[in-house]
Structure formats: structure tokens, C-alpha cells
Design a protein around this ligand. Structure first.
Ligand SMILES: [Fe+2]
Ligand SMILES: [Fe+2]
Length: 158
């Protein structure tokens, strides 16, 4: 498997969770459970993707700007995630903020799938794309299991 397919698989998990979450209401068990899952998926994915997709591209003329743009969007999503974590789930503000995050996530995944992947295919060899996928998937598996401590900056979180 190539890195693009490995990432796309996890993007689909994110899309599915977003589509379910946007239909939840108040401080329901369903919303709490789905939010915990999505938060984990987004945080773990951003770390693994930066390491095994974006980082090597930072040093290329062709994709330096795209890689910076993608990582800046991860940061914007992090800020919305933090805002949601601090917002009372039963307030209408929670869903309004979630919709902002969902829009950003959808836009970001589209950039990656419809633009960045194609460009990266011109940079990564087939073999590199296979190796990156393996490393990406191993990290995802490990970090999903050790989340949230595995996320840089979260080390002291319980
Ligand atoms: Fe991303
Ligand atoms: Fe992604």
C-alpha cells in the first residue's frame, strides 16, 4: 500500500465521524463518544501525517509551500479542537463551533487528496511511498493505543 491510500483510509474514518457528530444534540452519550473518537483520530493523524507525508516534502522546491500550508491547517484545527474541548457540550455554541471544524476538516482533506497527493506522487518513488505507508500505519496503530499521552504537548495529560 502507498502512503496516499493509507492516509485516505483514515480520512474516510474522519469524514464518517464528522457526519455522525453533526447530527447529535446536547450533552448526549452519543455525542461524547463520537467526539472522543474524532478528537483522537484527528490528533493522531496530524502527527503521523506530518512525520510521514509532509516532513520530507518541506525540503522540496515543488511542495514546500503546500507542506507548510497543510501543517498550518493542522494547527488551525488544533485550535478549534481545543475550543470545543473547553466548550460546554450542551450549549448551542458547541455545535456551531463543531460545524466550523467540520468545514475546515473537509476542505483540508480535499486539498490533500485532490491536490497534494498527485503532486507528491511526482516526488516520492513507489518504494518510498510504500515505506512511508508502513511507518505511517505503525505510528497510527501505536498512537491510537497510547492516545492522548502520545501526542506532543499532551505528555502530562491524564
Ligand atoms: Fe492533514
Ligand atoms: Fe490528512
Amino acid at each position: 500500500m502507498k502512503i496516499y491510500k493509507a492516509i485516505k483510509k483514515d480520512h474516510d474514518i474522519q469524514r464518517d465521524l464528522c457526519n455522525k457528530l453533526v447530527n447529535t444534540s446536547g450533552e448526549s452519550e452519543e455525542r461524547k463518544e463520537l467526539w472522543t473518537k474524532l478528537k483522537k483520530e484527528l490528533e493522531v493523524h496530524a502527527v503521523a501525517e506530518e512525520r510521514y507525508f509532509y516532513s520530507p516534502l518541506i525540503d522540496t522546491d515543488e511542495m514546500q509551500e503546500d507542506a507548510r500550508h497543510g501543517m498550518a491547517e493542522h494547527h488551525e484545527m488544533d485550535e478549534l479542537i481545543a475550543e470545543l474541548t473547553d466548550t460546554d457540550m450542551s450549549s448551542p455554541h458547541w455545535l456551531a463551533t463543531f460545524k466550523k471544524l467540520m468545514e475546515k476538516v473537509e476542505h483540508h482533506l480535499k486539498d490533500e487528496e485532490d491536490d497534494f497527493f498527485g503532486k507528491a506522487e511526482g516526488i516520492y518513488s513507489e518504494k518510498e511511498a510504500d515505506t512511508l505507508a508502513k511507518n505511517y500505519e505503525n505510528t497510527m496503530e501505536e498512537y491510537r493505543y497510547t492516545w492522548p499521552e502520545s501526542i506532543p504537548g499532551n505528555e502530562t495529560t491524564e
